[in-house]
Design a protein. Structure first.
Ligand SMILES: [Zn+2]
Length: 294
């Protein structure tokens, strides 16, 4: 179960990993906590009359196409996008939006879905939200709380039969090492590097928070699924510019130089050895033990 704040996050964070596990026959579910109602139109080609008026429907259609591209199941949790507050001082969050909801209420909604879908592994964002959007920070808090509560019969007794997920990961997409690897390849050929601004952004983040690679415990080899990731990204046509940064590096170069996605094992109830190359490492063994002792 991959828990995300907005439709399109599932296609930019750990997307190829979900496609891989789905293709290998696992049940994979993406959960969008909000409807992404406050996302602005970031693709100039989609900034045309008739789109913004029905943005909620448009984003539902986009999400359905993205889930299809990844081969995953998808569910909405039904909370309302908080938007990215801008200005100094920051304006208050819109009333009733996801980041203003009581943690208990949001957690119960996710616990209900965890108990229904019964995932062995969950993914979410780290305590910084991956990037500082209030909905991403809230996504982190709700996922942590649901991971703890879902298996406890005392918690949310009306939200279904208890189910204990075994592992919880953070997505780590913004690796400086990855971007620098591509930059080196461009400097070898003398071509201008199309992600220069992005690399500077990440350098600033690294100066503040440290490099995510120091936190990564688990790398998933999923280059084969990068085309599906890109198709899912393109499905979010209002949010993703097909001429933008996400598509700047040729697929072949990404598959050759950095064919993995990065995760941090944040919680585990099974034994595993770090570094890992499989989100399910230790899970099958634990399930067998459960079978034997049942
Ligand atoms: Zn988001």
């Amino acid at each position: 179960m991959a828990v995300h704040a907005h439709p399109d996050d599932e296609s930019s964070k750990g997307a190829a990993t979900t496609a891989k596990y789905a293709a290998e026959g696992n049940d994979v579910m993406v959960v969008s906590l909000t409807g992404g109602e406050r996302g602005s139109i970031l693709n100039p080609a989609m900034d045309v009359p008739g789109i913004l008026d029905r943005i909620e429907d448009v984003r539902r259609e986009e999400m359905a196409a993205a889930a299809k591209a990844l081969g995953v199941q998808h569910r909405w949790l039904g909370f309302v996008d908080s938007g990215l507050p801008e200005g100094d001082p920051l304006p208050p969050l819109p009333e009733g939006s996801f980041a203003t909801v009581e943690l208990e209420e949001a957690t119960e909604a996710l616990v209900r879905l965890v108990r229904e879908f019964r995932p062995h592994v969950m993914t979410t964002y780290d305590e910084n939200g991956g990037y500082p959007h209030p909905d991403h920070i809230m996504c982190h808090k709700v996922s942590m709380a649901a991971f703890e509560a879902a298996g406890d019969p005392q918690r949310y007794p009306d939200a279904g039969e208890p189910w204990t997920p075994l592992k919880l990961y953070y997505n780590h997409g913004f690796s400086l090492q990855r971007v620098e690897t591509f930059a080196e390849e461009y400097s070898r050929t003398g071509e201008p590097f199309p992600m220069q601004d992005w690399m500077e952004n990440i350098r600033r983040r690294v100066a503040e928070h440290g490099d995510v690679m120091s936190r990564v415990t688990t790398q998933i080899d999923c280059g084969k699924y990068f085309p599906q990731r890109d198709e899912a990204l393109r499905a979010h046509a209002t949010q993703i510019d097909p001429n933008g940064m996400f598509f700047a590096i040729p697929l072949e170069m990404q598959q050759r130089l950095w064919p993995t996605e990065e995760f941090e094992l944040a919680k585990t109830r099974v034994r595993t050895a770090i570094p890992e190359t499989d989100l399910f490492a230790g899970v099958l063994e634990a399930a067998e033990v459960q079978d034997v002792t049942r």
